[in-house]
Design a protein around this ligand. Structure first.
Ligand SMILES: [Zn+2]
Length: 189
């Protein structure tokens, strides 16, 4: 009986059919779990497996091996392709406001990919009440006016914006932005 059993498992036909069967069980089970089909479909797949085991008299160690392979396959398939790497951002990105001459300024940053660094963008004056300023059409000297509280400020020229950006860059390079009291309110804790 034992010899017959060994002959059965060494038979090329058994090995061939067995391999296909095991592969198909793994594949369908894999698909069922990955695509998260209904419990009924999973049960059906499980039923097919049981029928196959009974029909071919597959020994328990083969069944256990198949189960183990399925678990390994699922573990590999559901593992994220790449562990996300936490990209640390520089502290100064929270430095977005300061005072310059008679203006309170605000700005943002634009990321440059190569080399990875940030550039200052959209430097503009805001009101001391924190509202963005609009133009005030007065003659002969135009001005900026706060649409919220009506406070007026000198016009902020593109040259002023360039110079302010240079001061901001200097603050960042020398890390003085960390201690300047007027900038602290712009820092996120
Ligand atoms: Zn205002």
């Amino acid at each position: 009986m034992a010899a017959k059993k060994i002959r059965f498992w060494r038979n090329p036909w058994t090995i061939g059919v067995g391999s296909i069967l095991i592969a198909s069980i793994i594949t369908s089970g894999f698909k069922a779990v990955v695509s998260q089909v209904s419990p009924l479909a999973a049960l059906k797949w499980f039923g097919h497996g049981i029928v196959a085991i009974l029909m071919f008299g597959i020994p328990i160690y083969v069944v256990l091996l198949v189960v183990l392979l399925v678990i390994i396959a699922l573990d590999v398939a559901t593992r994220p392709l790449q562990t996300p790497v936490a990209v640390s951002q520089p502290d100064y990105l929270s430095y977005t406001t300061t005072t310059y001459k008679r203006w309170t300024l605000r700005w943002g940053y634009r990321e440059r990919l190569d080399p990875r660094r940030y550039e200052i963008r959209d430097v503009r004056p805001v009101c001391s009440c924190d509202c963005e300023l609009g133009p005030y059409h007065s003659l002969p000297i135009p001005a900026l006016e706060c649409p919220r509280c009506g406070k007026r400020y000198p016009v902020f020229s593109p040259e002023d914006a360039d110079n302010a950006a240079k001061v901001i860059e200097h603050d960042i390079r020398h890390e003085t932005y960390k201690t300047r009291p007027e900038t602290l309110k712009g820092l996120v804790a």
